[in-house]
Design a protein around this ligand. Structure first.
Ligand SMILES: Cc1cc2nc3c(=O)[nH]c(=O)nc-3n(C[C@H](O)[C@H](O)[C@H](O)COP(=O)(O)OP(=O)(O)OC[C@H]3O[C@@H](n4cnc5c(N)ncnc54)[C@H](O)[C@@H]3O)c2cc1C
Length: 506
């Protein structure tokens, strides 16, 4: 499996390849097994010394069958002080030691490291020679929709040096993504299934990436999650930096509120400020925001560019590649996409009471303190596309909290004084995102169907889509990428076998 043992000759070869990279080229290669990380740090150090100053990048793919925890890694690498500064950067992004593909992105270093941990290694297709990706200068990108999907794919592309035109009919984050705060908090699957669980891998990725890219996006860390019947069995074997069981006394102490039962304490669960993501993505000089409603896509005869047009068929902009990120309306632009079910949701908030919890809480609903407000989420109403604020849904958000934290609700003012925001989730029938090439529309791609977990899914799915569009190594297994392909619901024609074949003897 190993293609680059970090022997002197290989390092010399690599140094030459690094130095020869021209602007925006990306060199993708497999390195030795990750072991204690030293090999990767050597390559990284070499990259620092030899990289040309021209926006070129490298992507290192490496494996660990039995990955070390970050504490174990720290112990090993403490013996190599020469690598101290790189090691600190590595450790800041190092994932929990669980099976899965873990992508680490060091934007300032122009470096991506893919760690394939545990059982997914058998799914890794190893290239024996490095792949050199040369960008096509004539490629232009248009993204339609500036929710978390559109912002995430814009970010993934601009980080690679591509310019993006982002079309939004209203304001960025005016759809489902515009709540004051989003929580990345959900149940864990059994440990032997975690590598195939897009939600968990996505939530871990989002938290890790944004913590490293900007210090104002992740606004809270840690959460208490209610324990249900099969949870204790499911979480067996997980490292304690992902989940721990705490009794009611410990839970009360951690969250600074009264808890009357045991909880799962999840140190990696985070609260995200969507407006901070918007600010960072739109600050890139490579993003041009255009306020317009995209109504149709077409090509002129003998031309390769797509034209995005408004209601009157007037062109808004044209591009070689289009990314559809307008949630529930994606199918109106691309009829071959799967239809999305719409589920209304209302988040409620009020001025934070004196004793509001210091951790986010998950209990069927969820609650969190954010910028002096206490937020409660969220109602689920099917077949309803209205976005008015309803007292009944404030009441149902309160009722959920009261079930699990009755003491906490005693100090809250009446729901008629609360504020709220209602918006629409959009999801296909299997509740998995829709990511990849749009069937029967060359050079049109989609990132939609994010349902109720868009902030967990979007950054990882955007990274997948960018890799697919540009021919880079994927940040997940092929199997997981296939589970969210836009054409997964299209029935393949079965070749029918004849019931009876005449025997040759007759
Ligand atoms: C009440 C509620 C609470 C939630 N809480 C969480 C949470 O805590 N954590 C979490 O991970 N997820 C949460 N979600 C889910 C999450 O908000 C969504 O999954 C996510 O916002 C979907 O992002 P999106 O970019 O696909 O869609 P949207 O945010 O809806 O963005 C689509 C954008 O496209 C624009 N648009 C549409 N059509 C066009 C067009 N033709 N031309 C131009 N622009 C167009 C829209 O104006 C909009 O801005 C919650 C959802 C709701 C409703």
């Amino acid at each position: 499996m190993t293609t680059f043992s970090v022997q002197k000759n290989d390092l010399q070869l690599l140094a030459q390849q690094f130095a020869d990279l021209s602007a925006f080229q990306c060199l993708i290669f497999h390195a030795n097994e990750f072991d204690d990380g030293l090999n990767v740090l050597k390559i990284w150090q070499l990259w620092r010394k030899t990289r040309p100053n021209n926006n070129s990048r490298i992507q290192i793919i490496t494996t660990a069958e039995k990955p070390l925890s970050s504490e174990e890694l720290a112990l090993h690498l403490a013996h190599f002080p020469d690598f101290n500064n790189l090691f600190e950067l590595l450790l800041a992004q190092y994932p929990p030691a669980i099976s899965g593909v873990h992508r680490l992105i060091f934007n300032d270093e122009r470096l991506t490291i893919d760690l394939w941990f545990g059982d997914v290694i058998t799914d890794l297709k190893v290239q024996t020679t490095p792949i050199l990706m040369t960008p096509n200068d004539s490629t232009t990108f248009v993204v339609i929709g500036a929710g978390i999907a559109g912002l995430s794919i814009s970010h993934a592309l601009t980080q690679r040096g591509y310019a993006v035109t982002l079309i939004e009919q209203d304001e960025p984050l005016s759809g489902a993504s515009g709540n004051p705060c989003a929580l990345l908090l959900s149940k864990l699957p059994k440990l032997n299934r975690v590598s195939g669980n897009l939600q968990t891998m996505g939530a871990l990725t989002t938290a890790r990436w944004w913590q490293n890219w900007a210090n104002d996006v992740v606004v809270s860390k840690g959460a208490l999650l209610q324990i249900e019947a099969d949870d204790l069995e499911k979480i067996q074997g997980y490292p304690t930096n992902l989940v721990q069981i705490v009794n009611s006394t410990e839970a009360s102490k951690k969250a600074k509120i009264t808890c009357s039962s045991d909880f799962m304490f999840m140190p990696c669960a985070v609260g995200i400020d969507p407006q901070a993501i918007r600010k960072h993505v739109l600050a890139s000089p490579l993003v041009t925001l255009v306020k317009a409603q995209a109504k149709q896509l077409f090509k002129r005869p003998n031309e390769s560019d797509w034209i995005i047009a408004d209601d009157n068929a007037q062109p808004i902009v044209q591009a070689t590649k289009i990314i559809i990120a307008n949630a529930k309306d994606s199918v109106s632009l691309c009829p071959t996409l799967p239809p999305l079910t719409v589920i209304r949701g209302q988040m409620s908030w009020l001025a934070a009471p004196e004793n509001s919890p210091s951790l986010a809480l998950g209990y069927g609903g969820y609650a969190a303190t954010f910028k002096n407000n206490f937020l409660l989420g969220s109602s689920f109403v099917r077949d309803d596309e209205c976005t008015d604020i309803r007292l009944t849904e404030h009441d149902s958000n309160l009722a959920l909290l009261k079930n699990s934290f009755p003491e906490l609700t005693k100090q809250l003012p009446p729901t008629k004084t609360w504020q709220g925001r209602a918006s629409l989730r959009a999801l296909p029938r299997d509740s998995m995102p829709v990511v990849g090439a749009v069937p029967q529309m060359d050079d049109v791609f989609v990132l939609a169907g994010l349902g109720s977990k868009g902030f967990s899914f979007a950054p990882l799915c955007a990274e997948l889509l960018a890799a697919q569009m540009l021919g880079e190594a994927l940040p997940m297994t092929d199997k997981l990428a296939a589970a969210i392909r836009p054409d997964r619901f299209i029935k393949k024609e079965r070749v029918r076998k004849p019931y009876y074949t005449a025997s040759k003897d007759n």
